[in-house]
Design a protein around this ligand. Structure first.
Ligand code: AHR
Length: 488
């Protein structure tokens, strides 16, 4: 039996709700079809936004939503997406499938979406192909309440009051699709562009600089030699889990071997080392830890579903995705003293999506149910734990996270092993409790996934395979399962 000791009096850090954020991009069927169908659609909608999708995201208590990209962001010219729809420019989405982008979803529609979901907007500005003036005017358009050309234009377009906007990214992946820049060049441009992103009417921007790709430690180091805490509140990190490590043959989302599975787990867990090393570098250049780290793109990236547009990046989502989502979230929680936000890519119909749609049908993926389960950790205090460590099949055999909030202890335990049940004893070090409630996401087959016909193959269920004795809890974890316990 494995043992985990939990000391609820040793509080380590507050887990920001923003660690459970999402990302929406003009990519494939994420925005169009997946989120926005237009007011004239036969699919039930409010101001063009699908009712089923916005309700599901609201139910998940999505804290923050990033938009409009991704690579799309550095080709996006925001003025194309405002004003009467019939006069909005039609353009080519060169990054994603070469399809026509009619700009019917723009700034106003995005803020409407955030309002319907009840989340904070996080906008990525265009540094790669846009001008300083264009970025500066976008901020003015969105956040200035007085008289000015941009504020007047916003009013003309039907939005009287300025919106509240906190999170603003200055570029996306500027080491790659956002301009193929060297860190020094980007850092100088960042300093210039951010100067003209003003704080109007008490709206204080939380500016985010483009940080590294995965384990590119040089980028972080060179960036932070030039960009200082008075220029930025945070830097971003992007890391995708590609099971094979080969971007040309990433592997199938549903049809995979046990070996592929364990490779995926290993590749997912690598983010822990990546985060630790970037944070170490950040500590050198920012010893007071004034700059936060935002993992604003993460998730599993597989080959596209057969027969779908390769530029749309549409993939299914199985119990394997549920396990890696839990492992990632445990890692973010472990680093919650420095990680201020994380956004899984992408909310609907793309990579590790929480929702898939087809016509008027919608299904919640296994990853959705993991995010549903992890809601209990939002704004909780991470508490000290110490666990027996051992590994099997080349991976640590157990992952966990523990927080306390309003006197209730939330524990989430993940058994990533495909064939072994595990028994775990939780020593709560004198924490007094009178009730325990359990939930589980698991499946007998790791390939299990939800379809439009069978929506509940993998879902959140009640869990009761635990026993309490003298302040200790014994829990039985089936193979490939994620279990949450609320102890109070
Ligand atoms: O998520 C797909 C793409 O991955 C994003 O557009 C880009 O930022 C990253 O390379």
């Amino acid at each position: 039996m494995k043992k985990i000791t939990v000391n609820t009096s040793a509080k380590l850090s507050t887990v920001s709700k923003n660690l459970f954020g999402h990302f929406s991009e003009h990519l494939g069927r994420c925005i169009y079809e997946g989120i926005y169908v237009g007011e004239n659609s036969s699919i039930p909608n409010t101001k063009g936004i699908r009712n089923d999708v916005s309700a599901a995201l609201k139910e998940l208590e999505v804290p923050v939503l990033r938009w409009p990209g991704g690579c799309f962001a550095d080709e996006y010219h925001w003025m194309d997406g405002i004003g009467p729809k019939e006069t909005r420019k039609k353009m080519v989405n060169t990054h994603w499938g070469g399809v026509t982008e009619d700009n019917s979803f723009g700034t106003h529609e995005f803020f409407e979406l955030c309002e319907q979901i009840g989340c904070e907007p996080y906008i990525a500005g265009n540094l790669g192909s846009g001008t300083v003036q264009e970025m500066s005017q976008w901020v003015e358009y969105m956040t200035f309440g007085g008289v000015s050309p941009m504020a007047d234009l916003r009013r003309k377009n039907g939005q009287d009051k300025p919106w509240k906007l906190k999170y603003f990214g200055i570029g996306n992946e500027n080491w790659g699709c956002g301009g193929n820049m060297r860190p020094q060049y980007y850092a100088d441009l960042y300093r210039q562009y951010q100067t003209y992103c003003r704080n109007y009417d008490g709206n204080e921007l939380y500016k985010v600089a483009c940080g590294p790709n995965a384990d590119d430690y040089n980028w972080t180091e060179e960036l932070l030699k030039i960009v200082k805490p008075w220029h930025t509140k945070a830097i971003s990190l992007h890391y995708y889990t590609v099971p094979s490590g080969d971007w040309n043959h990433k592997g199938d989302a549903v049809d995979f071997t046990d070996e592929d599975y364990y490779n995926t787990i290993n590749k997912a867990l690598y983010i822990d080392e990546i985060i630790t090393r970037h944070l170490d570098i950040m500590s050198v250049y920012d010893p007071k830890h004034e700059i936060g780290l935002i993992v604003d793109e993460w998730g599993n990236w597989f080959d596209v579903e057969k027969g779908t547009n390769p530029g749309f990046l549409y993939q299914q989502n199985t119990m394997r995705d549920a396990i890696t989502a839990a492992l990632n979230l445990d890692i973010f929680i472990k680093h919650s003293d420095r990680i201020v936000m994380a956004n899984i890519a992408q909310a609907v119909n793309v990579l590790q999506s929480v929702i898939l749609t087809e016509g008027d049908k919608m299904v919640k993926t296994p990853t959705y149910h993991i995010f549903d389960m992890y809601r209990r950790h939002k704004e909780g205090e991470r508490v000290f734990t110490s666990a027996d460590s051992d590994s099997k099949e080349g991976i640590p055999s157990l992952s966990h996270s523990a927080t306390i909030k309003d006197g209730a202890l939330s524990m989430i335990l993940t058994n990533p092993l495909l064939k072994e049940e595990q028994e775990v004893e939780l020593d709560l070090c004198g924490f007094e409790f009178s009730s325990v409630e359990g939930e589980i996401v698991s499946a007998e087959d790791i390939h299990a996934h939800n379809t439009f016909e069978q929506k509940e193959n993998v879902t959140l269920k009640k869990f009761s395979d635990y026993s309490a004795d003298k302040g200790k809890l014994k829990v039985k974890l089936p193979p490939c399962s994620v279990i949450a316990l609320t102890v109070k």
